[in-house]
Design a protein around this ligand. Structure first.
Ligand code: GLY
Length: 419
């Protein structure tokens, strides 16, 4: 029986906690800082800075946890895993060096180059004049990225040279803090984007079911980029062998390069691909599961997540492919007024219990808080409403049926997820 500490507070972590709680081997699930949904499964420790390695390690020791599961990228990038491992606490999530696959785009490019992985050609800059001169010498569209973690907001893709140069200047002038002190200018590639997730203990690699993310705010992929407004799984129409190619030609070469550098990667790798006319090309890596993709992938997983994560942390992941339910899952993200720029917090939410009571729906909290008047909004993406069913259309109807139960002032969501 295991005592588990889960780090994070979003919809992804609620879905992870929900799945861990189904394990017969779970003794106690502690979430930090958690959310009102995670409070259903065990104690929630608020008021802790989960990017502080010492604070997290002290919490794990104090609660005698057997396993720590890290959801978001920020604690990975700040070295929380290194501190936990040094204290001999088993942890699912890469060390700070491994997490650079996400926390530094320049590092990821360097690893890809060493591993011979196809990726968009890129140049890195730390001086405004060098970046703007380089952009002026290129043809658009332009892709300009802050090197570090910028909560998904550090990337600009534009046809407009002046806007691209302005973005490089904004990054290098400190708009994203140290995350923008290096800028990566990449070739623009054309094709549909696909994300493939894998779980690895640094030797064995197990792919998860692919899911599609909807990044734009509005229907028909209009409006600004967001953290993701919806998702569905399974995906049909992927090129034959794409998942195997990703495992064999991307993930294994990456973990081999990391091993050469004495980095043992234990956790999830999110491979962002673009399917060009010349074949798949890697756009980026994330060092964690996707949000909201996790919210449709885990309801379809027909395996014990706790056993898998504990085996990953121990470096003992078996090679048996993961099992998946045949059902489909569709997630509609319900967002606050003002998201993504200035989300309004504190609005009371009605209907969560009614939506969650449906046999064909799950409600994962993303940015909510318990207040005197009940559950209120607490950020941009508020709830993930996941519908399940024997096929995509029934899962879609289930999701939107459950969304219609939810009410709060200024709520908005896309109506075309999985359409
Ligand atoms: N859904 C995109 C991400 O998790 O980064």
């Amino acid at each position: 029986m295991m005592r588990v500490l889960l780090l994070g507070s979003g919809g992804r972590e609620h879905a992870i906690g929900w799945k861990l709680a189904q394990s017969g081997d779970l003794d106690l699930l502690i979430s930090a800082p958690g959310n009102p949904g995670l409070a259903d499964f065990g104690p929630v420790v608020t008021g802790i800075n989960i990017t502080n390695p010492d604070a997290v390690t002290a919490l794990a020791i104090e609660n005698r946890v057997d396993l720590v599961v890290v959801g978001p990228e920020a604690p990975l990038a700040s070295g929380v895993v290194d501190s936990l491992i040094a204290a001999r606490i088993r942890t699912c999530g890469p060390s700070r060096e491994g997490a650079q696959l996400e926390s530094s785009k320049a590092y990821a490019k360097h690893v890809m180059s060493r591993a011979g992985i196809p990726t968009a050609a890129a140049h890195t800059f730390t001086e405004v004049a060098a970046a703007t001169d380089h952009l002026a010498s290129q043809e658009g569209p332009y892709v300009v990225k802050a090197d570090g973690l910028a909560a998904g907001k550090g990337v600009l893709v534009t046809e407009d040279l002046i806007a691209a140069q302005g973005w490089a200047r904004l990054c290098l002038d400190g708009h994203f803090g140290t995350a923008g002190s290096t800028v990566v200018v990449e070739d623009y590639l054309v094709g549909p984007e696909v994300s493939i997730f894998v779980l690895t203990d640094g030797k064995t690699v197990l792919p998860l079911a692919p899911a599609r993310d909807y990044k734009r705010l509005n229907d028909n992929n209009d409006g600004p980029n967001t953290g993701g407004m919806g998702t569905f799984s399974p995906l049909s129409g992927l090129p034959d062998g794409l998942v195997d190619w990703t495992v064999d030609s991307v993930v294994h070469p990456v973990i081999d390069v990391l091993r050469e550098d004495s980095i043992t990667y234990r956790g999830f790798i999110y491979v962002g691909l673009i399917l060009t006319a010349d074949g798949p090309i890697v756009l980026e890596f994330n060092s964690r599961l996707g949000d909201p993709e996790t919210q449709v992938v885990l309801p379809r997983l027909d395996d014990d997540l706790l056993g898998l994560l504990a085996a990953t942390a121990a470096g003992e992941l078996h090679g048996k492919p993961l099992s998946w339910l045949p059902d489909s899952a569709v997630d509609v993200v319900v967002a606050s007024e003002g998201y993504p720029e200035r989300p309004v917090a504190g609005r009371p939410i009605q209907g969560i219990e009614r939506a969650a009571a449906r046999s064909d729906a799950l409600v994962f909290h993303a940015s909510t808080k318990r207040a005197a008047e009940g559950i209120v909004t607490n950020g941009g993406r508020v709830l993930n409403i996941v519908g399940t069913g024997p096929d995509l259309e029934s899962a879609r109807q289930a999701a939107y049926g459950a969304v219609s139960e939810i009410e709060f002032e200024g709520m908005h969501y896309r109506t075309d997820i999985a359409r």
